[in-house]
Design a protein around this ligand. Sequence first.
Ligand code: SF4
Length: 114
Amino acid sequence: MMGSRIRREKLTINRMIALYQQRCPQANQQPGHYAALNAYADKRLDKCVFGEEKPACKQCPVHCYQPAKREEMKQIMRWAGPRMLWRHPILTVLHLIDDRRAVPELPEKYRPKK
Ligand code: SF4
Protein backbone atom coordinates (compact mmCIF):
# COMPACT_ATOMS: atom_id res chain seq x y z
CA MET A 1 0.00 0.00 0.00
CA MET A 2 1.25 3.47 -0.88
CA GLY A 3 2.23 5.61 2.10
CA SER A 4 2.07 9.35 2.50
CA ARG A 5 5.70 9.98 1.54
CA ILE A 6 5.38 8.27 -1.84
CA ARG A 7 1.98 9.87 -2.39
CA ARG A 8 3.38 13.33 -1.69
CA GLU A 9 6.42 12.71 -3.90
CA LYS A 10 4.14 11.70 -6.75
CA LEU A 11 2.10 14.86 -6.28
CA THR A 12 5.23 17.05 -6.24
CA ILE A 13 6.58 15.46 -9.41
CA ASN A 14 3.19 15.79 -11.08
CA ARG A 15 3.05 19.51 -10.27
CA MET A 16 6.62 20.12 -11.42
CA ILE A 17 6.08 18.35 -14.71
CA ALA A 18 2.80 20.23 -15.28
CA LEU A 19 4.45 23.57 -14.56
CA TYR A 20 7.30 22.81 -16.91
CA GLN A 21 4.99 21.60 -19.65
CA GLN A 22 2.72 24.65 -19.41
CA ARG A 23 5.30 27.38 -18.92
CA CYS A 24 8.76 26.41 -20.04
CA PRO A 25 9.56 27.58 -23.58
CA GLN A 26 11.83 24.53 -24.03
CA ALA A 27 9.09 22.05 -23.14
CA ASN A 28 8.58 19.12 -25.50
CA GLN A 29 5.46 19.70 -27.64
CA GLN A 30 4.80 16.06 -28.50
CA PRO A 31 1.32 15.03 -27.29
CA GLY A 32 1.47 12.60 -24.40
CA HIS A 33 5.19 13.12 -23.78
CA TYR A 34 4.84 14.41 -20.22
CA ALA A 35 1.97 12.09 -19.32
CA ALA A 36 4.29 9.21 -20.22
CA LEU A 37 7.17 10.71 -18.25
CA ASN A 38 4.90 11.24 -15.24
CA ALA A 39 3.64 7.65 -15.45
CA TYR A 40 7.25 6.45 -15.63
CA ALA A 41 8.19 8.48 -12.53
CA ASP A 42 5.15 7.11 -10.66
CA LYS A 43 6.19 3.58 -11.54
CA ARG A 44 9.72 4.20 -10.26
CA LEU A 45 8.24 5.49 -7.00
CA ASP A 46 5.95 2.47 -6.69
CA LYS A 47 9.03 0.22 -6.99
CA CYS A 48 11.42 2.38 -4.96
CA VAL A 49 13.65 0.04 -2.93
CA PHE A 50 13.58 2.46 0.02
CA GLY A 51 9.79 2.72 0.16
CA GLU A 52 8.57 5.34 2.61
CA GLU A 53 12.15 5.93 3.81
CA LYS A 54 13.31 7.04 0.39
CA PRO A 55 15.89 9.80 0.09
CA ALA A 56 15.56 12.54 -2.51
CA CYS A 57 16.08 10.86 -5.90
CA LYS A 58 18.99 13.17 -6.66
CA GLN A 59 20.83 11.86 -3.55
CA CYS A 60 19.96 8.24 -4.25
CA PRO A 61 22.79 5.71 -4.72
CA VAL A 62 20.56 3.38 -6.77
CA HIS A 63 19.52 5.71 -9.62
CA CYS A 64 16.69 3.57 -10.86
CA TYR A 65 15.82 5.92 -13.76
CA GLN A 66 16.95 5.25 -17.33
CA PRO A 67 19.74 7.77 -18.09
CA ALA A 68 17.73 9.80 -20.65
CA LYS A 69 14.71 10.03 -18.35
CA ARG A 70 16.93 10.95 -15.43
CA GLU A 71 18.47 13.79 -17.44
CA GLU A 72 15.04 15.04 -18.47
CA MET A 73 13.76 14.98 -14.89
CA LYS A 74 16.86 16.87 -13.75
CA GLN A 75 16.19 19.53 -16.38
CA ILE A 76 12.53 19.80 -15.31
CA MET A 77 13.47 20.07 -11.64
CA ARG A 78 16.12 22.69 -12.32
CA TRP A 79 13.59 24.83 -14.18
CA ALA A 80 10.48 24.17 -12.10
CA GLY A 81 12.12 23.95 -8.66
CA PRO A 82 12.55 27.70 -8.03
CA ARG A 83 9.13 28.46 -9.55
CA MET A 84 7.32 25.92 -7.37
CA LEU A 85 7.72 27.97 -4.20
CA TRP A 86 5.11 30.52 -5.29
CA ARG A 87 2.60 28.04 -6.64
CA HIS A 88 2.94 25.13 -4.25
CA PRO A 89 4.74 26.47 -1.16
CA ILE A 90 3.93 23.59 1.20
CA LEU A 91 4.96 20.89 -1.26
CA THR A 92 8.12 22.86 -2.00
CA VAL A 93 9.14 23.27 1.63
CA LEU A 94 8.51 19.57 2.33
CA HIS A 95 10.54 18.68 -0.75
CA LEU A 96 13.42 20.86 0.46
CA ILE A 97 13.30 19.11 3.83
CA ASP A 98 13.37 15.72 2.05
CA ASP A 99 16.44 16.89 0.14
CA ARG A 100 18.34 17.27 3.39
CA ARG A 101 17.47 13.84 4.75
CA ALA A 102 20.34 11.40 5.17
CA VAL A 103 20.32 8.57 2.64
CA PRO A 104 19.21 5.43 4.49
CA GLU A 105 21.05 2.15 4.17
CA LEU A 106 19.81 -0.04 1.36
CA PRO A 107 17.35 -2.70 2.54
CA GLU A 108 19.29 -5.92 3.12
CA LYS A 109 17.99 -7.82 0.10
CA TYR A 110 19.39 -5.11 -2.21
CA ARG A 111 22.85 -4.90 -0.62
CA PRO A 112 25.74 -6.44 -2.57
CA LYS A 113 26.74 -9.87 -1.27
CA LYS A 114 30.14 -10.01 0.44
S1 SF4 B 1 16.05 7.08 -7.72
FE1 SF4 B 1 16.31 6.04 -5.75
S2 SF4 B 1 14.96 7.14 -4.34
FE2 SF4 B 1 14.32 7.70 -6.42
S3 SF4 B 1 12.68 6.22 -6.88
FE3 SF4 B 1 14.61 5.35 -7.66
S4 SF4 B 1 15.37 4.03 -6.01
FE4 SF4 B 1 13.81 5.40 -5.13
